[in-house]
Design a protein around this ligand. Structure first.
Ligand SMILES: Nc1ncnc2c1ncn2[C@@H]1O[C@H](COP(=O)(O)OP(=O)(O)OP(=O)(O)O)[C@@H](O)[C@H]1O
Ligand SMILES: [Mg+2]
Length: 301
């Protein structure tokens, strides 16, 4: 299921939310959409689903032009909107039955149980949606989006507000289900893009600011500031780092913990040898943040 976006503009009164956006998504790939608040991510995703019409430009899904009345295209799309709107008073199965009705899914009872299994909702499926935790509500949203087995999944911040454990699980779930689907996912989490996506689209003020693979994106940062966290079991003073080559700045967090900065030098080998030389026990030696984050910040600056 390929997606081709051509010269899409969206104006809200006199405000340009999307400004001449063009890109394509290959069949079977996962595209991540990044961008600061208000960049136009949700607007773009709504337009691709056919929920909103663009002011100008076209979207083609598998060669078919998207328009709000084209039911054939709607059947191919699963959509998890931003903030995952659900009916809190419905029971999980009741809600999924309602969604199955919209899509006229044959043998829906069996399919609902399948999707409950797939999204690991079994233990909570007897509850009302309003009684579920945020992570489980998110799973209900994903279950609803995938119920009719769409070839194209559009997920608007599917992992926002999840705890770290749920985040890993939902990400794994998206990875599993995406093996035979085309996925468009918007997020603010860089690691998510790194872990899931084949391509990254960065939107800024409604324009395409970058369209790269995650690997390429990491190499785009000009400043190349790298940050390392080091923690010893024993107390140390920051003067011990003076001999480290490539060190540009040192911040002391506690008597045992320091943040060290370099301009594109991996300080970890030298720090390891320093700890050995000074007979200090290393508890942590870790690079902080990612170069992707630096690239992103430079692109949207
Ligand atoms: N229905 C609307 N009427 C008027 N302006 C709108 C409407 N929907 C979105 N906008 C504006 O369009 C711009 C893009 O909004 P959009 O929701 O697409 O951003 P976003 O990238 O999804 O942001 P976020 O990261 O906060 O979710 C914003 O300036 C927003 O205020
Ligand atoms: Mg949004």
């Amino acid at each position: 299921m390929s997606v081709i976006v051509e010269n899409v503009c969206k104006l809200y009164r006199n405000q340009t939310a999307l400004d001449n956006i063009s890109f394509s998504v290959e069949t079977g790939s996962i595209m991540g959409i990044l961008g600061p608040n208000g960049a136009g991510k949700s607007t773009l995703l709504r337009i691709i689903t056919g929920y909103l019409t663009p002011t100008s430009g076209t979207i083609k899904i598998n060669g078919l032009k998207v328009d709000p009345d084209n039911l054939e295209i709607k059947r191919m799309i699963g959509y998890l909107p931003e903030n995952n709107p659900l009916y809190p008073d419905l029971f999980v199965r009741e809600y999924l039955r309602l969604a199955a009705g919209f899509y006229k899914i044959p043998n829906s009872k069996k399919r609902i149980e399948e999707i409950i299994d797939l999204t690991a909702l079994n233990s909570e499926a007897f509850k009302k949606i309003g009684a579920l935790s945020k992570g489980y509500r998110q799973r209900v949203g994903l279950a609803q989006a995938m119920l009719h087995d769409p070839a194209l999944l559009i997920l608007d911040e599917p992992t926002s507000g999840l705890d770290p454990a749920q985040l890993v699980e939902i990400r794994q779930l998206i990875r599993n289900i995406s093996s035979d689907k085309t996925v468009l996912i918007s997020t603010h989490i860089m690691q998510e893009v790194d872990a899931l996506c084949d391509k990254v689209l960065i939107l800024n003020h409604g324009k395409v600011a970058a369209l790269e693979t995650p690997e390429k994106l990491k190499t785009l940062s000009i400043q190349k500031i790298r940050t390392f966290l080091i923690e010893f079991k024993e107390e140390a003073s920051f003067e011990i780092f003076d001999p480290i080559e490539g060190l540009t700045k040192c911040e002391q967090i506690s008597t045992q913990k320091f943040l060290l900065y370099s301009a594109d030098v991996d300080l970890r080998p030298a720090l390891f040898h320093l700890a050995v030389k000074k007979s200090l026990t290393l508890l942590t030696l870790q690079e902080q943040g990612s170069t992707m984050e630096h690239s992103f910040l430079e692109i949207v600056k």
